[in-house]
Design a protein around this ligand. Structure first.
Ligand code: FUB
Length: 661
């Protein structure tokens, strides 16, 4: 089966977040990285529950190590002619390109007998469809195949089984070159004598003592590297050392090898296996490896991660530390999983949000004022007129800042959390939505400052403790543009709607329900605000709306003012070429509104109403030749305030031959 799945944008570890992906072999074909992992699944009922379980392989690809496309299943255990259809043993694979074809090497349990064999499936493209050969490769009994293609085109295969072995492949890439030898498997105590096996290749000499598997061989300059998971700790009663990643170097593809040391130490949480690949992409070397981040109680369900890898001048490899942040630039407009931070103050902790649905991922907790965390490499270049959306929870009302660069850096946004308030809308500094658990708040926050280019994002706790799941910067749809003082006059649109308005920044009002908007209440409130108007110090903005209606809620949000529970003054100057009589003003508003033409009240839209075109229509009016001032006041408690207005003639046709200054 071959299917193209949605792309996941993940600039953090683990890189694939909707399924388990172990033993990640990365290969560069053309200008993309292809990832061929094992596909761990939860064992079906009736199979061993505490062991590896894999029924098929997916392939993923990326051009930036951040956006991974899942190309779907490329090979399944039911499609391998020689394999057990229900063996669940599709362990660590590899894929290489030679002679115009892609060769996919995979271990599997054979229909007959015990243990593992290694098969090959071939395809014309790196994402398949792959056709498996009828038989596995003769002379290989084991797991974890890896193929190295040398500069002269010779191919070598390495695998684990009785230590780590390697051998040359024939040019057809399907058979071992050279004679097979008869080898007897070492027997465990009480085990019956087994017939000798015919095995190809040779033992890789010079590797350290201790359990080894998962060979990954590659060449850099004239050095060959044989890298492998290795148990370095003492084994025996009461001891359970886990795998490191280690390596040896040689000037020849099949050794002998000179052991050099560790690439990555044991997983801190004692996940028993590690398995890896090393690849150069766009001038940078990367280590792909696995961890059990989404399955902390079961280390047989693993997930692929990536770190950058560096070489010393003598070709040796610098030790790599596992991280949550991983690699990849995070677009500011994509989710920033802040719990995957690069560095943090020592009191910051991470924990799964949901210990049952582990793919819900993690949260980071900043326990007190002064706690901080840093998430590196966020690309702000795609932002223009933006705001921040944050998913966070806290036990107490608190505040945290999003800054650039450091814990003392410039403030990008200030997030105030009012979690204890029963009043969830009016009076809120930061509008929010609660999730179903009623704990996580999704907060929408205006920006104080916008970083340029790629920057590190730092969160600082400025009050009581807070847990944060993720951030995301969003570009505002263009609701309106700012009009300069010397701009040419505009015109109503084809339907006569007036789009240019001068708006005073909104005044916060304590209105919790719109049912109070009766005629008398509104007239009294509007008169009160009108009386205050000459002394108001508030700023005015001239805006041209992108839509027939002016979105007052978005205006308040853009300038960081209270969005729910707001009073808006709006006015526009209409230049009429002549006296136009017998026309009417037709308006709509979300929230109540009162309208004046040249100082005379002409229309009142009372009550709790949504904005509807021509919701209220005035008596007959005259627009006088020259300048006319149309003013309105809109008030709304909970709701997305907006308004629209146009003049219509006696037949209901829009008036468009006027100018708006
Ligand atoms: O994924 C199954 C096995 O676990 C691999 O073949 C080993 O290398 C280890 O990662």
């Amino acid at each position: 089966m071959l299917a193209a799945f949605a792309t996941m944008a993940e600039a953090q570890n683990p890189i694939i977040r909707d399924q388990f992906t172990a033993d990640p072999t990365a290969r560069v074909f053309g200008d993309r990285v292809y990832l061929y992992p094992s596909h761990d699944i939860v064992p079906p009922a009736g199979t061993r529950q505490d062991w590896f379980c894999m029924a098929d392989y997916h392939v993923f690809s990326s051009s930036n190590l951040t956006d991974w496309q899942d190309h779907g299943v490329i090979l399944s255990q039911t499609g391998v002619p020689w394999g057990k259809p229900d063996g669940y043993s599709m362990w660590a694979p590899d894929c290489v390109f030679k002679n115009g074809r892609y060769y996919f090497y995979f271990p599997n349990g054979p229909k007959e007998g015990r243990g593992f064999a290694i098969g090959v499936a071939t395809a014309d493209t790196p994402i398949g469809p792959f056709t498996p050969e009828a038989e596995p490769i003769k002379g290989i009994s084991g797991i974890d195949p890896c193929v190295l293609i040398d500069d002269d085109g010779s191919a070598y295969i390495y695998w684990s089984g009785m230590g780590i072995r390697g051998g040359k492949l024939k040019d057809n890439m399907l058979e071992l070159d050279g004679e097979l030898q008869e080898i007897r498997m070492p027997l465990r105590e009480g085990q019956p004598e087994m017939p000798p096996m015919r095995v190809g290749g040779q033992n890789m000499e010079g590797l350290p003592e201790g359990f080894k598997e998962g060979p990954f061989a590659f060449k850099r300059g004239d050095w060959y590297y044989l890298t492998f998971p290795w148990v370095r700790g003492e084994t025996g009663e009461g001891k359970n050392p886990t795998e490191t990643l280690a390596y040896s170097m040689s000037k020849s593809p099949l050794g002998p090898w000179d052991f050099k040391g560790i690439i990555m130490a044991e997983h801190a949480n004692r996940c028993w296996t590690n398995h890896h690949s090393i690849v150069e992409y766009k001038g940078q070397w990367y280590l792909f490896y696995h961890h059990n981040a989404f399955s902390p109680r079961d280390d047989k369900r693993r997930s692929a991660q990536i770190e950058k890898l560096y070489f010393n001048a003598d070709g040796t490899i610098q030790e790599v530390k596992e991280s949550m942040r991983g690699v990849g630039v995070n677009q500011a407009t994509e989710k920033i999983e802040i719990d995957r931070y690069s560095t943090a103050s020592s009191d910051v902790t991470t924990a799964l949000i949901d210990t049952v649905n582990t793919f819900r991922s993690y949260q980071a907790t900043l326990p007190k004022k002064g706690s901080w965390l840093c998430y590196n490499d966020v690309d702000f270049r795609g932002l223009n007129d933006s705001y921040l959306v944050v998913s966070a929870k806290a036990a107490e009302n608190t505040e945290f800042f999003v800054r650039e660069k450091s814990a003392k850096g410039k403030v990008i946004a200030k997030v105030k959390m009012t979690v204890k308030s029963e009043i969830t809308r009016p009076g809120m500094a930061t509008p929010f939505r609660r999730d179903q658990s009623n704990q996580w708040l999704t907060l929408t926050v205006p920006l104080e400052y916008m970083p340029k280019g790629i920057a590190n994002v730092v969160i600082t706790c400025e009050g009581d403790g807070v847990s944060i799941d993720r951030l995301q910067f969003k570009n505002r749809p263009k609701y309106f543009t700012t009009v300069s003082d010397n701009a040419a006059p505009s015109q109503p649109d084809a339907q006569g709607f007036i789009r240019r308005w001068r708006l005073m920044e909104p005044i916060a009002v304590d209105v919790r329900s719109n049912v109070i908007f009766t005629d008398s209440w509104l007239r009294a409130k509007f008169a009160e605000e009108l009386a205050k108007l000459p002394k108001q110090k508030a700023k005015w903005y001239t805006l041209e709306s992108e839509n027939y209606n002016m979105k007052l809620f978005r205006f308040a949000e853009k300038y960081g003012k209270q969005t729910y529970g707001s009073f808006y003054w709006c006015e526009t100057v209409i230049d009429s070429p002549e006296d136009i009589q017998n026309l009417r003003l037709a308006c709509g508003s979300n929230g109540a509104s009162l309208w004046w033409l040249n100082g005379e009240e002409v229309l009142l839209l009372e009550g709790d109403r949504r904005m509807v075109v021509d919701d209220g229509v005035s008596q007959r009016l005259t627009l006088k030749k020259g300048q006319n001032v149309l003013r309105c006041a809109v008030i709304n408690g909970p709701g997305l305030s907006d308004m629209c207005a146009r003049f219509i003639d006696e037949k209901g046709n829009p008036i468009t031959n006027i100018k708006i200054q």
